[in-house]
Design a protein around this ligand. Structure first.
Ligand SMILES: Nc1ncnc2c1ncn2[C@@H]1O[C@H](COP(=O)(O)OP(=O)(O)OP(=O)(O)O)[C@@H](O)[C@H]1O
Ligand SMILES: [Mg+2]
Length: 339
């Protein structure tokens, strides 16, 4: 049993025009020690997939129509809120896409981190490394030490001196690093990181990615890393899942997928990356746009942009092919035979 199993997840979102089928049968399994990069163009459902794992999608307006999100065998979609709260921040760490909304401006950085550490320690006393009968004062002191160590690990200079600052005294990139430290302070089994380094400069980005990589190696953390950046995927991910219009169209070990991209959407995504060798003006964009998810087309959702679509592609769900072990592609025409 994998640490996380997302099984045929369907999420519908109510709006004025009707119900949009925003997640359309997402299948993904993440094991301990694996870093899964989740990629795909804007609006394809990456964040909603990540938020579903922490069960933070508001229902309504959203509704889970089908499927399961199993964490260590328990379906999170059926768990009560109190049990879910015990998992969040402790066994499931989260880093969200928008750092400005995630720190409380009126509390010092240290207070917010100590709160998270104490809460995690309440569920599992090993987080602070103190005996279970330790006094509140001792626990608070240990939580503060841990917070300073975590800030130091994410590269906040003079962490001990800055821990009592307020969020507005930190730069955007520093706040993002605080959020990463907070997500890791409870020593989670699973980390869901939604664009954690997009706002950071490349050297800090590399440092954060190395930190995540080290934690995976040391603690056997499983990671879902949502990103636009295939370079980041190639650098640190063990696996990759490519999403398009609410489904995962291709997934597998990162080398297999990047060396032998098979779904036409994955190929287009890779072809769209500019390289030093790309001549100016020859950037290959992807023609067409994501289909309307309220009146989504029958069959493969990529068919209207695909140059290899067969008549069958517009009818039912595409077949799955497995070019190499664990490398799965939802495509009726992976070899590109003429229609
Ligand atoms: N609260 C909401 N209400 C209505 N529609 C929503 C809501 N949140 C997301 N959506 C829709 O669901 C779809 C998937 O959104 P999601 O945020 O998961 O995309 P994403 O892949 O993370 O995109 P990006 O790369 O821009 O972050 C989009 O079409 C979006 O418009
Ligand atoms: Mg997103």
């Amino acid at each position: 049993m994998a640490l996380l199993e997302i099984d045929d997840l369907h999420l519908f979102m109510r709006s004025f025009e009707g119900e949009a089928h925003v997640l359309n049968g997402v299948d993904l399994a993440i094991d301990r020690g694996e870093i899964w990069g989740v990629v795909g163009e804007t609006g394809c459902g990456k964040s909603l997939t990540g938020l579903s794992v922490s069960r933070l999608v508001a229902t309504p307006p959203a509704r889970y129509a089908r499927g399961a999100v199993r964490f260590d065998g328990t379906d999170l979609l059926r768990l009560d809120e109190a049990a879910m709260r015990r998992l969040r921040g402790r066994r499931i760490g989260m880093i969200f896409q928008d750092p400005t909304t995630n720190l409380n401006p009126v509390f010092r950085i240290g207070e917010q981190m100590v709160d998270v550490a104490l809460h995690a320690d309440g569920a599992d006393a090993s987080v602070l490394g103190l005996p279970s009968g330790a006094s509140r004062r001792a626990r608070k002191a240990a939580a503060r030490d841990l917070a300073i160590r975590m800030l130091d690990r994410v590269g906040i200079p003079d962490a001990a001196g800055r821990i009592d600052d307020y969020p507005h005294q930190f730069s955007g990139g520093m706040r993002q690093r605080v959020l990463i430290a907070m997500a890791l302070i409870g020593r989670p089994d699973l980390l869901v990181a939604d664009e954690p380094t997009t706002a950071l400069d490349v050297s800090v980005q590399a440092q954060i990615l190395r930190l995540i990589h080290d934690l995976v190696r040391q603690d056997g953390l499983g990671v879902m890393l949502i990103t636009h950046n295939l370079g980041v995927v190639a650098q640190i991910c063990s696996h990759v899942a490519v999403m398009y219009a609410g489904s995962i169209v291709e997934r597998g070990p990162v080398r297999a997928v990047l060396k032998n991209p098979t779904h036409p959407y994955t190929r287009a995504l890779i072809a769209a990356i500019p390289s030093a060798a790309t001549a100016r003006g020859t950037l290959k964009g992807l023609a067409g746009s994501v289909p309307n998810l309220i009146h989504a087309p029958q069959g493969c959702r990529f068919a209207n942009r695909c140059d290899r679509a067969l008549p069958a592609c517009r009818e039912g769900r595409p077949a799955t092919v497995e070019p190499s072990p664990g490398h799965r592609v939802a495509c009726n025409n992976p070899a590109g035979e003429a229609a």
